[in-house]
Structures are given as C-alpha cells and as structure tokens.
Design a protein around this ligand. Structure first.
Ligand SMILES: [Zn+2]
Length: 73
C-alpha cells in the first residue's frame, strides 16, 4: 500500500502526513458520522478548502457525497 511505502522510506515525511491527515475529517451528510482522513486509510497533505468525495459511509453503509473538511479552519 502507498502509505506503507511512505512510512518505510520517508518516516519523517510520514509523521507530517499523518499529523495533517488527522486534522481532516470526512463527514457523512446522511447520519453525521465523522472520521479522520487518516483513520479512513487516506492521506491529505498540503490541501486547502472543503471538498466533496463520493464514497461509502462506514456507519450507515450508504453512498453519499461525503464532506471532507479541516476542523478548526
Ligand atoms: Zn453515514
């Protein structure tokens, strides 16, 4: 997996990626479930603004336009 590759060869970069990815949340518009991008298995680094991604919510198991935003602005 891509993330394991980064952790293996660029550990310091991986730490920054993880810290930043944990500040991004994925929110389901259907049930309100929130999970960090990192915990969802993703990476979000050097990104800005709010984006919407079509995906499946891990709680309600339905597909929605999930909101990806950074908490605290
Ligand atoms: Zn949901």
């Amino acid at each position: 997996m891509f993330r394991h590759f980064i952790v293996r060869f660029f550990p310091r970069f991986a730490e920054r990626c993880e810290a930043e990815s944990r500040e991004w949340l994925i929110q389901c518009p259907n049930c309100g479930h929130e999970v960090s991008v990192w915990d969802a298995g993703g990476i979000r680094y050097k990104a800005r603004g709010t984006v919407y991604r079509y995906g499946k919510c891990s709680r309600c198991n339905e597909r929605h336009m999930l909101k990806v935003y950074r908490w605290g602005g």
